[in-house]
Design a protein. Structure first.
Ligand SMILES: [Zn+2]
Lengths: 316, 284
């Protein structure tokens, strides 16, 4: 299931593998040829990835194999335990979280959870939470405050689930509460957009002192498809909408919506998750270090200033 | 939509052809209602109780004690941070709405006394880009909350919005966090915040400041929710139940305190503010 623009890279990789196999089988020294092809591969990868359109990045953000929240937990924590349930209605499989150790320090984490395949994705509702998912997130924020340990949030959702039961149980109300609860944390909070940052359902766990974003993730007020359906009356215009929304990591950094872009390895995080997670871990530790000296009031002030200052307008 | 037709007719008036608009057809019960009667009843159908949409000034007139209102919004104007172009460039869209409504963006408000309770009253304008929340609406809400906190006023917000404004991208999304956090200044001073949700209130407005009020009132029949009914229908591929996402449905599900007829709105708000405002209720 390669993405269209990945094909030339994959083809070249295939060629290199074939050449390596030939060299092995026939005991030939093809190291020069292989070396040249590998250089060419690196060049090609750079070229393709530097010129990615916003829509191509949206596709990367959704690519199978991209690290999910549980992959992040496996990859960056020495140990973790998942905690389940909202203590009111249900356990939402689209949101996961728990307690963990990050380089020896205790943390509480939460994140949207997509499936790694279709079956899992259906079970996870494609990472689209119901109200109980946000109540689970708030319960974990309470725990972080109680324990006095940093709170980490991993964002990866197309949006909160738009369904009858979600509305009946106050989807909007609970998202608002979650935004409020997170803004009131008395511990350092760092949010990372891992893949998709779809609207209020993403922001509900996005009110960090620091907001990081993976290089090929997106974050916006609406998905490109929905935006296209409303403004152009055609979901197929998603490519145009993706460009218009300025939803890429670099655009968001320029707008001040995110504080730091976490670089992804050549070819994207889905092709080399270990390298991507190593970069992410480093960025998280540095962000926590920056916040280490701040007391609860200073942390609130810091968050208030950060979000209070966002927006573009003219005094007249 | 009936109200649109009404506005159009009013506009053609100046064109020379005098069209007498003595009667308005009610979308709720189909009755022809005498316009002066409708005005008398704050645009609530005397036959069936249907609530017509009304201009923001009407809410100010209903809620603010006579002579007490002093506008504070309007000093800031929207820009085009993304260089957004869809079927028309965003600045042209804005100019059109500014001309239509006479204000820089989708919100109007200021200091007011409500039943003697010093308040900040903010009203969202659905006629301006569907009441969508971009940077200016978010900033005005935040400033309104800060003003209420600074001057020990109650905060009263009348909402009407399709949600966050697409043309300002992630910056619109950030207004949800900004407005939510600004409310904390009001709460820290133990001042009351009352929200009145009118038709429609959806998306990022419902999922932020609108539903964080101490008391949430809703107008009868108002559509209120996170996702719009069309999106839900597309997602679940089935018809939505009768009355879904309407004010009465939300009350039944415990999400709003009361559904209040516009003709009773002022007395309801005054009673609630007097019961929750910690200071003296005797003026602005
Ligand atoms: Zn009627």
């Amino acid at each position: 299931m390669a993405l269209e623009f990945e094909r030339p890279i994959l083809e070249l990789e295939e060629k290199i593998r074939a050449l390596e196999a030939t060299a092995r089988e026939q005991q030939l020294d093809l190291s020069e040829e292989i070396g040249l092809l590998k250089e060419k591969l690196a060049r090609l990868e750079r070229e393709i990835f530097q010129g990615l359109t916003p829509w191509q990045r949206v596709q990367l953000a959704r690519a199978p194999g991209r690290p999910t929240t549980l992959d992040v937990a496996e990859g960056i924590f020495e140990a973790y335990a998942e905690l389940k349930g909202d203590r009111a209605f249900a356990d939402d499989p689209a949101v996961v979280g728990g307690v963990a150790r990050l380089e020896g320090r205790p943390v509480v984490f939460v994140g949207h959870q997509k499936g790694r395949n279709t079956k899992e994705n259906i079970a996870r509702n494609f990472g689209m939470p119901h109200p109980e998912g946000y109540r689970k997130a708030m319960r974990l924020m309470d725990l972080a405050d109680k324990e006095g340990v940093p709170f980490l949030a991993f964002i990866d959702t197309p949006g909160a689930y738009p369904g009858i039961s979600a509305e009946e149980r106050g989807q909007a109300w609970v998202i608002a509460r979650s935004i409020q609860r997170m803004s009131r944390l008395r511990v350092p909070a760092v949010a990372v957009i891992l893949g998709e940052g779809g609207s209020g359902g993403a922001l509900a766990i996005g009110v960090g002192n620091r907001v990081l974003i993976m290089e090929n993730a997106w974050y916006s007020v609406i998905s490109p498809e929905s935006c296209a359906a409303i403004l152009w009356h055609d979901a197929k215009e998603a490519e145009r909408a993706a460009a218009a929304l300025k939803l890429t990591a670099r655009d968001l950094l320029a707008l001040g919506v995110v504080d730091r872009v976490v670089p992804e390895p050549g070819g994207g995080a889905h092709r080399n998750p270990e390298a991507a997670l190593a970069e992410l871990k480093r960025a998280l530790l540095e962000s926590l270090e920056e916040l280490a000296g701040l007391d609860p009031d200073a942390l609130w002030q810091d968050r208030y200033r950060r979000f209070r200052g966002l927006g573009a307008y003219q005094e007249s | 939509m009936a109200l649109d037709r009404l506005f159009r007719r009013r506009r053609t008036r100046g064109g020379g052809r005098e069209v007498p608009e003595l009667w308005v057809r009610c979308p709720g019960c189909d009755a022809q209602v005498y316009k002066r009667d409708l005005e008398q009843s704050l645009w609530v159908c005397p036959e069936c109780g249907y609530h017509h949409r009304v201009p923001v000034e009407t809410y100010v007139a209903i809620l603010a004690d006579e002579g007490s209102f002093e506008p504070t919004t309007g000093a800031i104007r929207p820009t085009d941070p993304l260089g957004f172009v869809d079927t028309e460039p965003y600045p042209e869209r804005l100019a059109r709405y500014q001309k239509k409504t006479g204000r820089p963006d989708a919100i109007y408000g200021g200091r007011a006394a409500i039943g003697g309770v010093p308040s900040v009253l903010l009203v969202m304008d659905y006629a301006f880009a569907g009441g969508s929340m971009g940077s200016v609406v978010g900033e005005e809400i935040a400033r309104g909350a800060e003003l209420a906190a600074r001057e020990d006023r109650a905060l009263v917000i009348v909402t009407a919005s399709g949600g966050a404004r697409m043309q300002e991208g992630a910056l619109s999304l950030m207004q949800m966090a900004k407005t939510t956090m600004a409310l904390d200044l009001v709460f820290q001073k133990r001042l009351p915040y009352l929200a009145i949700l009118t038709d429609p209130t959806t998306g990022g407005v419902t999922a932020s400041f609108a539903t964080l009020a101490d008391v949430i009132l809703a107008e009868p029949g108002a559509l209120i929710g996170f996702a719009g009914p069309r999106v839900i229908k597309q997602t679940i591929r089935q018809d939505l139940p009768e009355g879904f996402q309407r004010a009465e449905f939300l009350k039944k599900h415990g999400l709003v305190d009361e559904v209040v007829d516009r003709r009773k709105l002022k007395e309801t708000v005054v009673r609630l503010l007097r019961l929750t405002y910690p200071g003296e209720a005797d003026g602005a």
